[in-house]
Design a protein around this ligand. Structure first.
Ligand code: FAD
Ligand code: NDP
Length: 456
């Protein structure tokens, strides 16, 4: 480390940055980490964790209704938005502390402030006490992403997911623009919590990139849940009327009244003010830091992981990428990432859980595929009276018999699919699925009991 202030300087204390800093320090490296906001980044503060807590809150609405068919009489339940927000905030503050503790006990020095490159060798950190300069041996950029909203008249009236967790007051009439993960999840959550929700998507179906049947089925279940999902429309203008009413004009000429408009139209890499040009780090046209398969940028001593590289924007992916970097700099350098079988869940009501190829991708790649599909009303809903349905689907490469895609829309799909992702990484064939004994009565057993392929 001679002549350097540290072995590794990490910019960003989110999922990727904290993991890399902690693991590098535990391997004996001298590590500094700069974080300009709260430790834990997007996932802990305005992403996965508060979103999942609100999703749990929203599910109770359905549980209360379902309980009647099982013999329970309940007073009409009352939802207290202030209490949910306060309890969430307390838990997130606790997690911020846990992240700080993890870093300090690993020996990482945390600098609270904005970091930027002066040049490829020098990092400047602007703290409340003033500017400090550092010369690290390596720099890891893990600055994440930030929401983006298209330009249109009235854009200043919209919110992004960052502001939804502390919204005041609770939105009675919510318009959600977008058809991706965040739009679909927030539409479900706020509908469950009692808002009237209209979701607008420019495309002909939500969740581009997911299996076509899964997309259509989710749209059907979203509508059943009470979300008014409108496809093929965009917002052209928003006007704030007297009072707090927003008038939302759409491309089809119609208008909606709302008190909150959420734009969930994607996220862009967090690179503004980072000084990447001064360092000579190459970026894509959209601003993403370009990296090779070992997360090295165009400057050999500067690496980047997570959302700032705009690959798969998921917390476990950022964590895995961080481990590759640590292994490369301070370990055997043997680790790499296979992005092929990354499982993912969309925490809509019901959830989507998916891993591997969609039917469409599998047909292109493998030609001959066998599709197994099961759609049903879950046992629970025979008494609950709820109309919710579940869809489970396997995509099998006909030549090798390997299960190359597994998809589900249904309760706890994320929990169910995680285990099957292990089997698929191990190369499980349909014959292995068939020889696996189910757990009865569960929804998950359907994945090992489907025998008849869909004809054609
Ligand atoms: P981040 O976690 O965003 O961390 C970046 C950090 O860098 C931030 O703390 C930021 O303040 C800091 N920073 C930026 N610039 C500087 C600078 N110049 N100096 C100092 N600090 C700086 N993923 C899932 O896997 N499951 C989910 O359920 C899920 N839900 C989500 C829900 C929402 C609403 C959102 C927005 C995202 C969700 N994600 C989810 C995605 C997940 O949060 C991200 O993929 C993950 O947080 C990326 O980690 P990261 O380390 O790249 O960046
Ligand atoms: P996504 O990229 O998933 O979706 C963006 C949506 O906005 C798409 O439907 C897109 O439509 C639409 N859109 C883009 N630009 C415009 C525009 N100008 N006008 C109208 N619509 C537009 O982004 P999100 O913001 O939903 O989420 C960002 C990422 O965060 C996700 O991709 C995911 O990786 C991660 N995330 C993960 C979660 C999880 O794991 N459960 C939960 C939440 C986020 P089109 O399809 O036509 O391009």
């Amino acid at each position: 480390m001679s002549g350097f202030d540290c072995d590794l300087f990490v910019i960003g204390g989110g999922s990727g940055g904290v993991r890399a800093a902690r693991m590098a320090a535990e391997r004996g490296a001298k590590v500094l980490l700069a974080e300009a906001a709260a430790l834990g980044g997007t996932c802990v503060n305005v992403g996965c964790i508060p979103k999942k807590l609100y999703s749990y809150a929203a599910h109770f609405a359905q549980d209360f209704q379902d309980a009647a068919g099982f013999g329970w009489d309940l007073e009409p339940p009352r939802f207290d938005w202030q209490r949910l927000k306060a309890n969430r905030a307390r838990e997130i503050t606790r997690l911020n502390g846990v992240y700080g503790q993890l870093l300090s006990s690993a020996g990482v020095e945390v600098l609270r402030g904005w970091a930027s490159f002066r040049d490829a060798q020098t990092i400047q950190v602007q703290t409340t006490e003033g500017k400090r300069l550092f010369r690290p041996a390596h720099v890891l950029v893990a600055t994440g992403g930030t929401p983006t909203v298209p330009d249109f008249p009235g854009r200043e009236h919209v919110l992004t997911s960052d502001s939804m967790f502390d919204l005041e007051p609770f939105p009675r009439r919510l318009v959600v623009a977008g058809g991706g993960y965040i739009a679909c999840e927030f539409a479900s959550i706020f509908r469950g919590l009692g808002a009237e929700v209209t979701q607008l998507h420019r495309g002909d179906q939500v969740l581009r990139g997911f299996d076509e049947e899964i997309r259509a089925f989710l749209a059907q279940e979203t509508r059943r849940q009470g979300v008014e999902l409108r496809l093929g429309v965009e917002v052209t203008r928003i006007i704030r009327n007297k009072g707090e009413d927003l008038q939302v004009r759409l491309t089809d000429g119609s208008e909606l009244a709302a008190d909150t408009v959420l734009f969930a139209t994607g996220r862009v890499p967090n690179v503004a003010g980072l000084g990447l040009e001064a360092a000579g780090v190459k970026q894509s046209a959209a601003g993403a830091i370009e990296v090779d398969d070992r997360f090295r940028t165009s400057v050999p001593t500067i690496l980047a992981v997570g959302d700032v590289t705009a690959r798969l924007q998921l917390t476990p992916v950022a964590l895995a990428e961080a481990m590759v970097v640590v292994d490369q700099l301070f370990g055997s350098g043997e680790r790499s990432i296979d992005y092929e079988l990354v499982p993912t869940a969309v925490f809509t009501h019901p959830n989507i859980g998916t891993v591997g190829l969609t039917e469409e991708q599998a047909r292109k790649r493998h030609g001959g595929v066998r599709i197994f599909r099961s759609e049903f009303k879950a046992l629970k809903h025979t008494l609950s009276g709820h109309g919710e349905r579940t869809l489970m689907k396997l995509v099998v490469d006909a030549a090798s018999d390997r299960v190359v895609g597994l998809h589900m829309v249904g309760p706890d799909a994320g929990e169910i699919v995680q285990g099957f992702a292990v089997a698929m990484r191990a190369g499980a064939t349909k014959a292995v699925f068939d020889s696996t004994i189910g757990i009865h009565p569960t929804v998950a057993e359907e994945f090992v009991t489907m025998r008849q392929p869909v004809p054609g």
